[in-house]
Design a protein around this ligand. Structure first.
Ligand code: UD2
Length: 321
C-alpha cells in the first residue's frame, strides 16, 4: 500500500517544493494550508497528480487536524506551517507562540495519538543567534534573539522530549538561507535573493544594507525539499536536530557580481546603512545531516542563482538523490 504523508504549509515556498519531491517519489501526499502566507498557485504541479489531496484548513484547528489523522493514518508528517517572519514575531508574540510552538505541540500529540511515528519539523538557523562560533554546529548553545527563534527552539525541545518519552521519531531541521522559485518577494523582510531577483528582472536598482560584505549560507529550495523528503521517508533516522545548509558563506557583493553578469544593463546597487540586528556572517556545518541521511546540497550557488534569475529551476524533483 502506498504510504500517505501529511505536509502542513503545503502551499508555501518550501512546502510546495517538498510536496513535489514526495509525489515524484511515488508517495501519497495530503497538503494542508490556510493560505495565510502560502499561495495556491504554488501547488499547480502537485494538483495535477492523483496522489495529491489538497485541504484548505488551519493547522491550529486541532479538531480538523484530528479528522485528517483519523482518515489517513499518516506514515509521517512534515510540519512546515508557521509564522515565517521574524519581524512579525516581534509585533505579534502571541500569534508566534500559537503558530510556532503551541501548534507544533498539538501536531506532535496527534502523531502520538494516531501512531504516526515520524515528524519532521522546520526549525531555523535563527536559533543560533548572532554570537555562535562559525560554522554553526548543532551542539552550540543556542541564543535565540527573537520571539521567532525562541519558539523554534522551544518546539525542538518539546519534540525531542516526546521522542525520548514516547519514541516519536522527531527530526528537527534547521534551515539556513533558503532561496529559489516561489519565494515571495513581497515584503522588505523577504529573502534577499527573492527581492534582488524581482528587482533585477524589473530593471530596478537593488538596495544593499551595509557594505555588502556580510555572508550567508544560501541553500537551494530544491536541496531543502530533498532533505525534507529523505528525512521523512528514509527507513533509519536518528532523532536529533540538524543543519540544512551548504557549509559555504557567500557575500552579497559576490551575489551581486553574478547578477551583474546576468543583467549587464542593470542600474548600480544602492548601499545604505546596515539593518539593525543584522548578523554579519552566517554559515552552517553540514556534516551531521550528511552522516545521518547521506545528504549533501547538490546545487552549486552560481547555478541555482542563474536558474532562479533567468528561469529553469521549476520541476527538478524528478532526479532522485
Ligand atoms: C534569515 C532569515 C530569518 C532568520 C534569520 C536568522 C530569510 C528570508 N530570513 O535572515 O528568518 O532566520 O536569518 O538569522 O531567510 N539585504 C539587503 N537588501 C535587501 C534585503 C536584504 O542588503 O533588499 C541583506 C540583509 O540586511 C542581510 C542579508 O541581505 O544582511 C540577508 O537578508 P535576509 O533577510 O534574506 O536573511 P537574514 O539572513 O537576515
Amino acid at each position: 500500500m502506498t504510504q500517505a504523508f501529511l505536509v502542513t504549509g503545503a502551499a508555501g515556498f518550501i512546502g510546495s517544493h517538498s510536496v513535489e519531491w514526495l509525489l515524484a517519489h511515488n508517495y501519497q501526499v495530503v497538503g494542508v494550508d490556510n493560505l495565510r502566507t502560502g499561495h495556491l498557485e504554488n501547488l499547480e504541479v502537485a494538483q495535477s497528480s492523483p496522489e495529491f489531496e489538497w485541504v484548505l484548513a488551519d493547522v491550529c484547528d486541532e479538531a480538523v487536524m484530528r479528522e485528517l489523522f483519523r482518515k489517513h493514518r499518516f506514515a509521517g508528517v512534515l510540519h512546515l506551517a508557521a509564522l515565517v517572519s521574524v519581524p512579525e514575531s516581534f509585533r505579534e508574540p502571541a500569534l508566534n507562540y500559537q503558530l510556532n510552538l503551541a501548534t507544533v505541540d498539538s501536531i506532535a500529540r496527534l502523531c502520538l495519538e494516531f501512531e504516526c511515528k515520524r515528524l519532521v519539523f522546520a526549525s531555523s538557523a535563527a536559533v543560533y543567534g548572532s554570537h555562535a562560533a562559525l560554522p554553526n554546529q548543532e551542539f552550540a548553545i543556542p541564543q535565540p534573539q527573537s520571539p521567532y527563534a525562541a519558539a523554534k527552539l522551544a518546539a525542538e525541545v518539546i519534540l525531542l522530549g516526546y521522542a525520548a518519552s514516547y519514541g516519536l521519531e522527531a527530526i528537527c531541521l534547521r534551515y539556513f538561507n533558503v532561496y529559489g522559485p516561489r519565494q515571495d518577494p513581497g515584503s522588505p523582510y523577504s529573502g534577499v535573493l527573492s527581492i534582488f531577483t524581482d528587482r533585477f528582472q524589473g530593471g530596478l536598482p537593488v538596495t544593499v544594507h551595509g557594505d555588502g560584505e556580510q555572508t550567508r549560507d544560501f541553500v537551494s529550495v530544491r536541496d531543502v525539499a530533498r532533505a525534507n523528503g529523505e528525512a521523512l521517508t528514509q527507513m533509519h533516522v536518528v532523532v536529533d536536530r540538524y543543519n540544512v545548509c551548504t557549509g559555504r558563506g557567500i557575500s552579497l557583493n559576490q551575489v551581486l557580481a553574478i547578477y551583474q553578469e546576468l543583467f549587464p544593463n542593470a542600474p548600480p546597487a544602492k548601499y545604505t546603512a546596515a539593518r539593525i540586528g543584522d548578523i554579519r556572517h552566517s554559515r552552517g556545518y553540514p556534516g551531521k545531516l550528511q552522516d545521518m541521511l547521506s545528504f549533501k546540497s547538490q546545487t552549486p550557488f552560481e547555478q541555482g542563482l542563474r536558474e532562479l534569475a533567468v528561469g529553469g529551476l521549476t520541476d527538478n524533483h524528478q532526479d532522485r538523490a
